[in-house]
Ligand binder design. Structure first.
Ligand code: ING
Length: 314
């Protein structure tokens, strides 16, 4: 019996700095209902979906920084989304900024995503590992990228979760550019890897990079990750001109073959769907990327023992 699930990527247009959580959640619920109408039973929302992409600014007050974070999930603003999901029998992925309060009054700040099952229960959590940009504001940069200032490196690894008759994993934005992300999930048998992203069209780290490469690298990263790990990859963008910065769209659903099964065509709130056959990647796992048969970990130790480049001696 083929295991098939219709999945949706719910791309978001801009979220204004002063847009309320309640208004954003109304947008998310509208897209969830549209996805459900099209048969979707899993909906992927973007990274930091509840707020504007605030790491573009060097915020002065801790109070303002914390205003972009959630201290509990679900909470008053997001509870309606969980309720509609349960009513419709739709699972979803949601990215948000998380404050974790621990013993002794310390608070940890993470760029987080959760996977909620079709009964409205949180089935998994992930905290972003690859934080791009820098911790100190760059005076000559027109747009900042201060994720290292506002978030700690995720402390949950890249976990995979058995839920919705599948094995599912998550990552967030910059994580999608790193092959290690997909491979760690692939080694756990992940069949669906979902992620959200907020990606400025102009590379904040390279003023000279041609603009067309932004979308090329976006799709290349996810198509490669999907094929090399025989998994469906779903990427949901926060797109459009958000507080004066253009973010790329390109939300997509990628098959385990690496083919694009669905692609957004706007830079606003847009639902795209595809029917995902969870056994579509089986032949790839059993042949070309049969990890047990072909991987040679005795030759890979640099990958986990060395962080940066160490070239051979002169
Ligand atoms: N954003 C971007 C990303 O990795 C970036 C950072 C932008 C990297 C453009 C390279 C080019 O997609 C986040 N939030 O990680």
């Amino acid at each position: 019996m083929p295991r098939k699930i219709v999945v949706a990527a719910a791309q978001m247009g801009p979220v204004a700095r002063d847009e309320s959580r309640w208004h954003v959640v109304d947008r998310l619920i509208s897209m969830m209902r549209e996805a459900h109408r099209r048969g979707a039973r899993l909906v992927v929302f973007p990274e930091l979906a509840l707020t504007t992409f605030f790491p573009r600014w060097a915020l002065q007050s801790e109070e303002e920084v914390d205003s972009f974070f959630e201290t509990e999930m679900p909470n008053n603003a997001t509870a309606p989304l969980f309720e509609v999901a349960k009513e419709l029998g739709v699972g979803f992925h949601l990215g948000y900024a998380e404050i974790e309060a621990v013993a002794g009054g310390k608070r940890h700040h993470y760029n987080t995503a959760i996977l909620v099952d079709q009964k409205g229960k949180i089935a998994g959590k992930y905290r972003k590992v690859h934080l791009p940009g820098y911790a100190e504001p760059q005076p000559h940069h027109p747009v900042q990228h201060l994720e290292k200032r506002y978030f700690e490196v995720g402390n949950l690894g890249f976990p995979a979760f058995r839920t919705m008759d599948s094995i599912m994993g998550m990552c967030i934005c910059n994580d999608r550019r790193w092959p290690e992300t997909y491979r760690v999930l692939g080694l756990q048998g992940a069949e669906i890897i979902m992620l959200g992203y907020n990606t400025p069209s102009a590379n904040p780290s390279s003023a000279s990079e041609p603009l067309h490469l932004g979308m090329f690298h976006n799709l290349l990263s996810m198509q490669a990750g999907a094929y090399q790990n025989a998994a469906w990859v779903i990427g949901a963008a926060k797109a459009g001109i958000e507080e004066g910065v253009h973010h790329m769209g390109g939300s997509c659903i990628i098959a385990p073959t690496g083919e694009i099964a669905a692609l957004a065509t706007t830079e606003g709130d847009e639902v795209i769907t595809a029917e995902c056959d969870l056994d579509k990647g089986t032949y790839i796992r059993e042949t070309i990327f049969n990890f047990a048969a072909h991987r040679r970990i005795e030759h890979y130790k640099l990958i986990t023992e060395q962080t940066g480049v160490v070239p051979p001696p002169e």
